[in-house]
Design a protein around this ligand. Structure first.
Ligand code: DP6
Length: 398
């Protein structure tokens, strides 16, 4: 890629999405290459609501690689960051072995921001590493299979390299070349699917997923059983359900898989707790609501934190949003309760409220984000909103 004459270096700005696993990844067979003990499947969320934006500048005049995350300079020597930089440079070298050294003697300045609070526990590392790898590849003119590189930043990041419904195949090889993400269906395949992210707590988690899953692999026999005997069948069923837009099957598998993941956390020794009392109330609420409706209209999924991700269909979104607001009423003068796609108000019947029969818990949920499934990473053009100034340093407001 030729240098931009005006800037004296190449600069590209990209954005990447968050993904929510409906068949969970938990446990590695290789810590360094980040190779999982089971395959997983996720839904990519729309970037209008949740995204990471990254600018990468690449210049011979930079003395060293540097990175700024959400306004603070961070340690570039972190092994996972180094793996991603090394792997993209290696791909660039391979691609440009014809003599065009496209930025190979250059250093990178990287600046990245999330449009959601990092501490809210919303899979920021997945969007972050996906965006980093995608932007680095773009600035160096590298194409091809990049999910293997993103995987080496954070396992779940490989699934954020695609939009819609994405599977991460665990692979068999020791070098990890077959441990890749692939799109199962684009988001347009299931436009009626809606998501509500119930943000329960904005506190940082006590045990991060990396160390949590390490202890689970070492101590949980349930995890071994799950990886070997349960997930392979579930992956097949889930792929079929997604392709057929079979919500009832999709929902049941999603809830069972989230529950089994948290059961393996409890089977870990010492145990790891990610769900809290509010999470458990949400689980009860969903089951009571579904039972009252006489069908599975809503599903929950929880990652390594207390926030609930609710999946439902367009036609039931307004009612379930109202159910959430009724049983977890927001602070009256607090911040906006709903962020994202608008939801029209509905009135709940007394019969429904009685059937659920739970005491409302004020402020149990801080706010709700309502996205749809969305597309994968993209280059921001027209005009690019770069996060770095022409001197290669972060703009004042980022
Ligand atoms: C519960 O991808 O954050 O969200 O590979 O160590 O970076 P590392 O872990 P990470 O784990 C995500 C775990 C999960 C389930 C999932 O996203 O599949």
């Amino acid at each position: 890629m030729p240098e931009d004459k005006a800037l004296g270096f190449n600069m590209v700005t990209c954005s990447a999405p968050v993904n929510i696993a409906v068949i969970k990844y938990w446990g590695k067979r290789d810590e360094e290459l980040i190779l999982p003990i089971n395959s997983s499947l996720s839904v990519t969320l729309h970037q209008d609501q949740l995204r990471t934006t990254t600018t990468v500048a690449c210049s011979r005049s930079f003395e060293e690689d540097r990175i700024w995350l959400n306004g603070r300079e961070e340690d570039i020597t972190l092994p996972r960051l180094q793996s991603c930089l090394r792997e993209v440079r290696r791909l660039a070298r391979k691609r440009h072995s014809d003599g065009d050294p496209a930025g190979l003697s250059h250093k990178f300045h990287i600046c990245s921001v999330n449009n959601f609070p990092t501490a809210a526990g919303l899979a920021s590392s997945a969007a972050g590493y996906a965006c980093l790898v995608y932007s680095l590849a773009r600035v160096l003119g590298v194409e091809g299979e990049l999910s293997v590189v993103a995987r080496q930043g954070s396992g779940s990041a490989c699934r954020s390299m695609y939009g819609g419904f994405v599977q991460w195949t665990m692979g068999q090889r020791e070098d990890g070349k077959d441990s890749i993400a692939q799109q199962v269906a684009p988001e347009t395949n299931w436009p009626e699917l809606r998501v509500l992210v119930l943000v329960v707590s904005a506190e940082r988690k006590l045990v991060g997923s990396t160390s949590g899953m390490q202890t689970s692999v070492e101590t949980s026999s349930l995890l071994k059983h799950r990886a070997e005997c349960v997930v392979p069948g579930r992956m097949e069923q889930m792929i079929r359900a997604v392709k057929k837009r079979d919500f009832a099957t999709f929902a049941e598998l999603t809830m069972k898989d989230s529950n089994q993941f948290h059961a393996t956390c409890l089977d870990t020794y010492p145990p790891v707790f990610y769900l809290n009392d509010v999470s458990r109330r949400i689980i009860n609420l969903v089951h009571r609501y579904n039972r009252h409706c006489g069908e599975t209209r809503v599903a929950y999924s929880f990652d390594a934190g207390p926030n609930a991700v609710i999946f439902t269909l367009q036609e039931h979104t307004a009612e379930f949003f109202q159910v959430g607001g009724t049983f977890f009423p927001p602070e009256t003068n607090g911040e906006q309760f709903l962020k994202g796609l608008p939801i029209t108000g509905v009135t709940l019947s007394e019969e429904l409220k009685e059937a659920i029969g739970m005491e409302p818990l004020v402020k149990g949920i801080s706010y709700i984000i309502s996205p749809k499934a969305g597309p994968g990473p993209c280059v921001m053009e027209d005009p690019p909103q770069h996060l770095l100034c022409p001197d290669g340093l972060p703009k004042k407001n980022v």
